[in-house]
Design a protein around this ligand. Structure first.
Ligand code: FEO
Length: 387
């Protein structure tokens, strides 16, 4: 397999995971890549590795350029196993290599692999000379784990950003400009919404630490590489990390006998009539990670569940648990649903939305099947609140 050149003596040597469709709960319908990079200088440097099952693909690509045993430095920007999984084998092949990582990276790698490798712990802002080039290490904790750092190469103006700016896309094309931009941005948005969203404050801090760097290329650890559209993705990260929302409502529900669905559709109509973009999701037909892609910039999150055994439906519970963990901020919530006798689910959904920190509207509850008059009343009351 071939290494792919980013610039003179700088190569992509990662691996393509064509078949993955579930990345710890995130539906990856386009697959993904694990990006590793090889720098040929006086000291040969490998930045990150790949998931273990794809190590042969990475070794093949490295061997297209040099003998892997000749690697002098291995930079580990992130401990998570999609990037560190092949470290044990690489460190066994490149026996004299120094492993460079952040302080939390060292702790995490020791805990994961129980190996006494030749660690070099990089301080914040530390510079490592590898010949004609200098690598600068910037700690970016919680983007996405406490150990994360990024590596900046000033001579070539490349930021090896690890998880930041990534997308789960498996393609033979390696650069953003080789794919339709809307697909890349949609996947970058989905990635942010499902991986990075809880850490907006830390993203802001990281963007601040990187401000002023000249960026010709941003090379993330997943998906395609930004050698174009860099201001666009930086601008999106500013918005997402700032919880900037649009006049938009996401309506999410499950239903037993279509009554909660009828309410969901009427709520959707009310938002549309008031000029909101709307997205309506039946949880039986949509994956929660796809819904989060739409939640990221929505002002209103409306969640409906009928009452099942004095509780909310399991699909709705799953969505609410996921939503709470990803912690979008500055939102409004609306709970709704139909019920037969107890009707506990609506209050439970509302409490969940409050626990998310959302300001909630008065909930909507209908016993058994809503009739036309009740549906009209739901629409008119909600329109009145939104106007
Ligand atoms: Fe791509 Fe946090 O690992």
């Amino acid at each position: 397999m071939k290494a792919i050149k980013l610039k003179e003596d700088i190569y992509w040597v990662g691996a393509i995971d064509w078949g993955i469709r579930n990345f710890h709960g995130y539906s990856t319908q386009r697959g993904t890549t694990y990006n590793a990079f090889l720098l040929i200088d006086e000291k040969i440097t490998l930045i990150d590795t790949v998931k273990y099952h794809l190590i042969d693909e990475m070794l093949d690509r490295i061997s297209d350029v040099i003998n892997p045993a000749d690697i002098d430095y291995v930079i580990s920007n992130h401990v998570e196993q999609d990037h560190s999984g092949s470290l044990p084998e690489i460190m066994a092949i490149a026996r004299n290599a120094t492993l460079v990582t952040s302080p939390n990276g060292e702790k995490g790698l020791r805990a994961h692999y129980k190996e006494n490798w030749n660690f070099h712990v990089a301080k914040m802002g530390e510079v490592l000379n590898i010949g004609e080039r200098n690598l600068t290490f910037v700690h970016t904790p919680m983007v996405h784990w406490p150990d994360n750092m990024v590596t900046y190469l000033p001579e070539d103006q490349i930021l090896f950003s690890n998880d930041a700016f990534g997308q789960h896309i498996a393609t033979s094309e390696r650069f953003v400009d080789e794919l339709p931009l809307d697909i890349v941005l949609e996947e970058a948005q989905k990635y942010y919404a499902n991986i990075v969203l809880p850490y907006g404050a830390q993203v802001k801090k990281a963007l601040g630490a990187l401000a002023g760097l000249k960026l010709d290329i941003i090379a993330p650890s997943h998906g395609v590489i930004w050698r174009s559209d860099i201001p666009t993705i930086l601008n999106e990260y500013e918005k997402w990390s700032g919880n900037v929302t649009e006049k938009k409502a996401v309506i999410v529900y499950d239903t037993m006998w279509n009554s909660t669905e009828m309410i969901a559709e009427k709520i959707t109509e009310a938002f549309q009539n008031q000029g909101y973009k709307t997205r309506l999701f039946d949880l039986k037909k949509n994956h929660i990670s796809d819904i989060m892609t739409e939640v990221i910039n929505a002002q209103y999150i409306c969640v409906g569940s009928p009452t099942l055994n004095n509780n909310i439906m399991p699909t709705v519970a799953s969505f609410l648990t996921y939503l709470k963990g990803l912690a979008p901020k500055k939102r409004f919530g609306l709970a709704f649903g139909s019920y037969g006798w107890g009707g506990q689910s609506i209050g439970q959904v509302e409490q969940y939305l409050k626990d998310c920190g959302f300001e909630t509207l008065e909930n909507i509850r209908i016993q058994y099947i809503p009739d036309e008059d009740q549906l009209e009343e739901i629409k008119e009351k909600l329109e009145g609140k939104l106007s």
